[in-house]
Design a protein around this ligand. Structure first.
Ligand SMILES: Cc1ncc(C[n+]2csc(CCOP(=O)(O)OP(=O)(O)O)c2C)c(N)n1
Ligand SMILES: [Mg+2]
Length: 257
């Protein structure tokens, strides 16, 4: 589900996203890609990816395209701590640094790759420190603090637009639910650790800060919640009204098998 928030933030259509989750024809991938492969090229969302680290190479290609076209575009790749151990991460950081591509690599480090704790696969706790090996800036930020993320992202966008090249931002965060809730795949994490992170819910942290600053009150909070629920209800109704793909469409849009 890593890509869902990115799609929404980038302006993807909730209705077409929901229809894809339902496996319906009106979905982003006509109901055949599923939750993990939602893409919308029209808004510059190149797609989430079920291949761990696969998206990093695709987005580095977009960074190269932006540089060649000179269009001030900045390509942003989101991936996990597990993905940062895969070859594409290292190959792409190396070439993007060498060619000074307008790129931001955002590692959402939730401390586990599926069920495996990062300490079992990383000799160093900070992925950001790897940036030094490629001669680019690497920063660690509190990924649950939207303002800290915004500041780091702003600096990285400026750097990319100035022609200085890529940055690596490591956002420390957490996944509340297990990687999978399939039977036979128990969640190995300490319940106290999960609880401690729940106390640092990024949405609640934002809400608290906005209330402290007098930017949000109960009525404002309720209005946002009502708007979100309305949009979700509309998306679900849209998805349920769309037909399933037909058997004869099974091989449409399939380029290789
Ligand atoms: C190339 C590849 N290898 C293995 C998998 C199986 N797999 C799915 S999720 C995952 C762990 C990814 O870890 P991380 O990047 O930290 O993402 P998170 O589990 O935190 O969402 C693995 C190995 C895969 N999808 N793709
Ligand atoms: Mg992870």
């Amino acid at each position: 589900h890593r890509g869902h928030g990115h799609c929404i933030a980038k302006g993807a259509d909730l209705k077409r996203m929901e229809a894809e989750l339902y496996g319906r024809q009106a979905g982003y991938c006509k109901g055949k890609g599923g939750s993990m492969h939602i893409a919308d090229f029209d808004i510059g969302m190149l797609g989430a990816n079920g291949i761990v680290a696969g998206g990093i190479s695709i987005v580095t290609g977009a960074g190269l395209a932006a540089k060649m076209e000179g269009n001030r575009g900045v390509a942003v790749s989101f991936f996990g701590d597990g993905a940062s151990n895969a070859g594409p991460f290292h190959e792409c950081l190396n070439i993007a640094a060498t060619w000074k591509l307008p790129m931001i690599y955002v590692c959402e480090n939730n401390l586990y790759a599926a069920q495996t704790p990062a300490a079992a696969t990383h000799a160093q706790s900070d992925v950001a420190s790897r940036a030094a090996g490629y001669g680019i800036p690497g920063v660690v930020v509190d990924g649950n603090d939207i303002f800290a993320v915004y500041q780091a992202a702003h600096a990285a966008v400026e750097r990319a637009r100035s022609g200085a090249g890529p940055s690596l931002i490591e956002c420390k965060t957490y996944r509340w639910r297990g990687h999978t809730e399939r039977r036979g795949w128990p969640d190995p994490r300490d319940p106290a650790e999960i609880e401690a992170w729940k106390q640092r819910d990024p949405i609640e942290l934002l809400e608290r800060r906005l209330r402290d600053q007098g930017e949000l009150d109960d009525a404002g909070r309720q209005a946002i919640e009502a708007e979100v629920m309305r949009a979700l209800d509309e998306a679900v109704a849209f998805a349920e009204a769309s037909p399933l793909p037909l058997p004869e469409q099974a091989t449409d849009d399939v380029f290789a098998a």
